[in-house]
Design a protein. Structure first.
Length: 90
């Protein structure tokens, strides 16, 4: 799994966004979107692309709303699917 994930990492300079999380008691209030906007504002200031891996298919639509596109689907025999996602520089 880790080797597959590594093979999808961009080779050019970019922001890698490894984690984003909101306490379950506070989900559904737009906090995740605000966290993503804050991170992507930094990317845009530097005109760099962003990359992340979504381990939760339910989050893909959030990332797509912020300009990310799924680039692959990675899954081993027993693992949940992992979706590398890329957002071009702006």
């Amino acid at each position: 799994m880790l080797g597959e994930m590594e093979s999808h990492h961009p080779t050019e300079p970019c922001w890698y966004l490894p984690l984003i999380g909101v306490d379950p008691h506070h989900q559904g209030r737009g906090i995740g979107a605000e966290l993503m906007k804050y991170a992507l504002d930094r990317c845009d200031e530097q005109h760099l692309p962003a990359y992340l891996e979504s381990s939760n298919p339910a989050n893909i639509s959030l990332y797509e709303r912020h300009g990310f596109e799924v680039t692959a689907r990675i899954q081993t025999e027993t693992s949940p699917p992992m979706h590398p996602m890329y957002r071009p520089a702006r």
